[in-house]
Design a protein around this ligand. Structure first.
Ligand code: ADP
Length: 622
């Protein structure tokens, strides 16, 4: 459709014109102010020279302009030089014979021009300045889609109009609910606690992975206690100018105190609450000021206010220790990823009101979804409904749920990605290698599915699913996992030869390296560094947690041993994968053929093809 200007676009044009106008007017005025008398620095003469010139009748007019004396010389019609009055005393008092020239003193100058000067020199620049800031503030307000002045917190107030969230709306999370029900009691019956001399906590840290329901829990505390709920995200404190964060904190706490009893919820507190002194530059200064202000405000609570601050993070380890001191966030509530019964409960909540076909088994789905958060499960339910609706079905079928599950877990299928026959063959051998090694090694999880259709960012996928939620991994589990992860690269090597291996294995190799390193430095499972765990602290300038080069607790020699042990572990796993693949070459070929034909094989199909495949004795671990 061809159309006129959209409102957004005309807004942008208006914004652009306003900015241009403000800048042009500003430049014109500032420029005019500097060159008002048309004199430059080089035109200055010493005051003593002026006295001489006047005494020798070389000057016709002098005009005072503040401390500046504008000099018009004989035979000239406008000032061409200037001198500066050495002190605040009048020119006459400083030895200038003004009777010899036409002298205009400051207070004799025309009163209109003084008013204009005043406007030009003071009022207009102030007006421009104020206008500029008003403009930026409006922009900020537009961005946040709410009235936001600089120092005003953008905290959102919930609960007044909306349906309040209650603990019953949250499936599972029983321990967290129990811990937080105490906070509800504090808010509801503060006197009961104060009578006995108990101090009411000021801050509670909710620690858990994204999507585990921290925000929901905080809202439910407010809902249960029937108090207002102010929420702001740590990143909103630090998004704009230096000094804004701290004043937003002040504003937020002031609002909260006015509405007490109430809850303040700071999401992603790690955005402002990272350890101080771990960096330089404006961004960090701003963050530190904001953090300091939070500490000041929390210390300022007398306890009588009855405002409780809940803060959420998934990186409690990076928080500044000052935040965790008594009287601040001294309570912690852990919110883990849901276990199987909780996953089933969450699925029940989110599939409620969605018509399910009788072939959908939510209990089986809860088993498959180990490692998913509440938000993932909510997303899964929604995706299932969307997929079913796209099929124009009246009910959600098992296939819709399976498709949604795969989409949420690994990203959507990219059905239209072109693949050459050679690419297909390489991918089929690669995925077949993972599946074969995983299938025959006893400590690997069962293969759920293999596909050579690109999905998410991968060319193909071999998908193993644990039988149930696992809380511990043994050294054997890790070794078999490494061999399975290397199975793809090794299959390519066995089939095409060492010089024809492909780049597609890089993700596998990153996973392998990271697991092998954890085996050595975190779990103390390697022979040479047995029962030792080394904490590797993040790089001091690291805000992402991903930078290398952080502080280590071990010597250079130990670092070398770590590297050797990691390499040895990976070499052993590579060798075991090779032996499995060489011994079961014909099954790998069948897997490849079937994959090229069908593109996707499910658990039963894989099991059928590999039913006679066996691991050679020497690769089995004791
Ligand atoms: P977090 O703050 O931990 O990132 P949220 O509280 O924002 O997570 O949760 C995101 C969404 O996930 C919620 O809106 C809800 O739909 C869903 N969810 C998470 N945990 C649960 C749960 N225990 N019960 C029901 N829904 C949940």
């Amino acid at each position: 459709m061809r159309g006129g200007k959209s409102p957004k676009r005309s807004n942008r044009i208006r914004t652009f014109l306003t900015v241009t106008l403000v800048i042009l007017v500003g430049l014109a005025l500032v420029g005019g102010n500097i060159n008002k008398d048309g004199l430059k620095k080089e035109d200055e003469i010493p005051f003593s020279t002026l006295v001489d010139d006047v005494n020798n009748n070389r000057v016709s007019k002098i005009k005072e302009d503040g401390q500046k004396l504008l000099i018009t010389q004989k035979n000239e019609d406008k000032p061409s030089k200037f001198a500066i009055l050495p002190t605040g005393a009048s020119a006459k008092e400083q030895g200038l014979d003004i009777s010899k020239v036409e002298y205009t003193a400051k207070n004799q100058s025309n009163s209109n021009s003084t008013a204009i000067d005043l406007i030009i020199n003071i009022a207009l620049p102030v007006l421009i300045f104020v206008g500029f800031f008003y403009f930026i503030a409006r922009q900020a307000g537009n961005q946040g889609n709410q009235a936001a002045m600089f120092g005003k917190s953008k905290a959102k107030l919930y609960g007044a109009d909306k349906k309040k969230v209650k603990f019953d709306d949250i499936a599972g999370n029983d321990n967290a609910k129990q811990d937080l029900s105490e906070v509800v009691e504090f808010l509801k019956f503060p006197k009961r606690f104060k009578q006995l001399g108990a101090k009411i906590p000021k801050g509670v840290l909710l620690v858990g992975d994204p999507g585990t329901g921290k925000t929901m829990l905080a809202k439910a505390v407010a809902g249960e206690a029937d108090v207002p709920f102010f929420s702001i995200s740590g990143s909103e404190f630090v998004e704009m100018f230096v000094g804004v964060g701290a004043s937003r904190v002040r504003d937020l706490f002031a609002k909260a105190k006015k509405n007490a009893p109430c809850i303040i919820f700071i999401d992603e507190i790690d955005a402002v609450g990272r350890r101080r002194g771990s960096g330089t530059g404006g961004g960090h200064d701003e963050r530190e000021q904001t953090l300091n202000q939070i500490l000041v405000e929390m210390d300022g609570f007398e306890g009588g206010e009855n405002v409780i601050v809940l803060a959420a993070t998934n990186r409690a380890d990076v928080l500044d220790p000052a935040l965790l001191r008594p009287g601040r966030f001294d309570r912690r509530v852990h919110i883990p990823l849901p276990e199987r019964p909780d996953r089933q409960a969450i699925l029940n909540v989110h599939f409620e009101g969605k018509p399910l076909d009788s072939n959908v088994d939510l209990a089986a789905l809860s088993k498959k979804t180990a490692g998913m958060s509440g938000a993932d499960l909510a997303n899964l339910a929604n995706e299932s409904a969307i997929i079913a609706a796209r099929r124009k079905s009246k009910t959600i079928q098992n296939n819709d749920v399976t498709e949604a599950f795969e989409r949420v877990a690994i990203g959507p299928e990219r059905k239209n990605s072109p693949m050459t026959d050679k690419d297909k063959e390489i991918t089929a051998y690669h995925e077949g290698g993972h599946a074969l090694v995983g299938h025959v090694l006893p400590n690997s999880d069962p293969i759920h599915k293999i596909t050579i259709l690109p999905r998410g960012g991968a060319a193909g996928i071999t998908w193993s699913l644990p039988q149930d939620d696992k809380h511990h991994q043994s050294a054997k589990d890790i070794k078999d996992l490494l061999a399975q992860a290397l199975g793809g690269r090794v299959a390519e090597e066995v089939i095409y030869g060492e010089s024809n291996i492909n780049t597609g294995a890089s993700n596998d190799l990153m996973k392998v390296t990271s697991i092998a390193r954890s085996y050595v430095v975190e779990y103390g499972m390697s022979k040479k560094l047995k029962n030792l765990a080394f904490k590797e602290e993040a790089h001091p300038y690291d805000t992402s947690g991903m930078m290398a080069g952080g502080h280590t607790q071990y010597s250079g020699k130990t670092a070398e041993i770590i590297d050797e042990e990691v390499q040895k572990l990976v070499d052993e796993a590579t060798e075991r994968a090779r032996k499995v693949i060489v011994a079961n070459h014909k099954y790998l070929d069948t897997l490849k053929d079937e994959l090229i034909k069908k593109e996707t094989l499910d658990e039963d199909e894989v099991n059928k093809i590999l039913q006679d495949a066996k691991a050679p004795k020497e690769v089995l671990l004791n």
